[in-house]
Ligand binder design. Structure first.
Ligand code: HEC
Ligand code: HEC
Ligand code: HEC
Ligand code: HEC
Length: 208
């Protein structure tokens, strides 16, 4: 689903339903000495002075380069914006999950916050910069790809799986981290948009 920056700004200001969803999850970094306030959203979003990136992004972006998944049978093309130094949604995740930028590094930090504490440690959630052992991301997933690989099915409009399984990017046709994860909702752990029971998540896109 495409949202304009204006709509995002409005929902950021009025979204209270989201608050309860993030609060108390692994994405609630408040009260950990990283930020003196009880703010939950601030590690990722700011209402003003954001990096000029949807959705009002506040976490300092990584400058790392990544090894990406490849295989002889992979047919999907890379998204137009490369993963390096890009502002795509996966890079937002990787700004914490590649382990190179402190969790507390924000563009707009509360005045007494210490900007330097807390890199993500050596936990399994730290994906590092080698993404070659992870599901491909930043790939174009469109009708042309499905025509080349008939074992794929688009989670498109009218499909039972919308709106939760989203494709991203300028053409709204890219698989990114947030196609499978919702960073605001840990009710299906870990932050999944659909359960992996019976591999339901995978079977949305893969006809296997
Ligand atoms: C750990 C990082 C993180 C935290 C904390 C976080 N968000 Fe987000 N948010 C994201 C990312 C990444 C996206 C873009 C991907 C997406 O749309 O799911 C996003 C997108 C959004 C959007 C636009 C798209 C949508 O899903 O509606 C809104 C509005 C939003 N966040 C509001 C909030 C609010 C309000 C809070 C605090 C309660 C919050 N977020 C906390 C990472 C975060
Ligand atoms: C502001 C930093 C930050 C951003 C941005 C962020 N995360 Fe996280 N995420 C964390 C931290 C911290 C943890 C907990 C790591 C640990 O285990 O100590 C975490 C944990 C997770 C987990 C594992 C939860 C569990 O219960 O094991 C998933 C999945 C995840 N994040 C996905 C994402 C995705 C996808 C995005 C982007 C849409 C994203 N995160 C953006 C900081 C972030
Ligand atoms: C095709 C779907 C899919 C995509 C795309 C995807 N993930 Fe995941 N991710 C999963 C599933 C399913 C799990 C839970 C099973 C597992 O741990 O392997 C998971 C687990 C995780 C975990 C928890 C790992 C752990 O052991 O604590 C993190 C963190 C995470 N993903 C982050 C990301 C980030 C960041 C991206 C983008 C770079 C991403 N994911 C892209 C499906 C996906
Ligand atoms: C949002 C759609 C989507 C979801 C959900 C999804 N995938 Fe994928 N996956 C893709 C696309 C698109 C490709 C690229 C296929 C191609 O190039 O032919 C891909 C590629 C792969 C590949 C590599 C294929 C190759 O030829 O090297 C594997 C393996 C895979 N996915 C497994 C999974 C598993 C397991 C899950 C569930 C945890 C999953 N996928 C969930 C869309 C998805």
């Amino acid at each position: 689903m495409k949202r304009t920056p204006v709509v995002v700004a409005a929902s950021l200001l009025v979204s209270t339903a989201g608050f309860g969803a993030v609060e108390g999850t692994a994405h609630d970094l408040s009260g950990q000495g990283l930020n003196p306030t009880s703010e939950v959203c601030v590690f990722c979003h700011t209402p003003h002075g954001a990096i000029p990136v949807v959705p009002l992004w506040n976490h300092t972006l990584s400058t790392e380069s990544y090894s990406e998944y490849s295989s002889p049978t992979l047919q999907a093309e890379s998204a137009p914006a490369p993963l390096q130094n890009s502002t795509g949604v996966s890079n937002l995740c990787l700004s914490c999950h590649d382990g190179s930028v402190a969790l507390s590094m924000m563009v707009n930090i509360p005045p007494t916050g210490d900007p330097e504490i807390g890199l993500m440690g050596a936990v399994s959630a730290n994906l590092g910069t080698d993404l070659s052992n992870d599901h491909p991301i930043n790939i174009v997933y469109d009708a042309a790809l499905v025509a080349r690989d008939p074992e794929l099915a688009l989670p498109g409009p009218g499909g039972a799986n919308l709106p939760r399984i989203e494709l991203f990017g300028p053409g709204a046709n890219e698989v990114q981290c947030a196609s499978c994860h919702d960073p605001h909702d840990d009710s299906i752990r870990p932050f999944l948009v659909k359960s992996t029971a019976g591999s339901a998540l995978c079977l949305v896109c893969h006809l296997k």
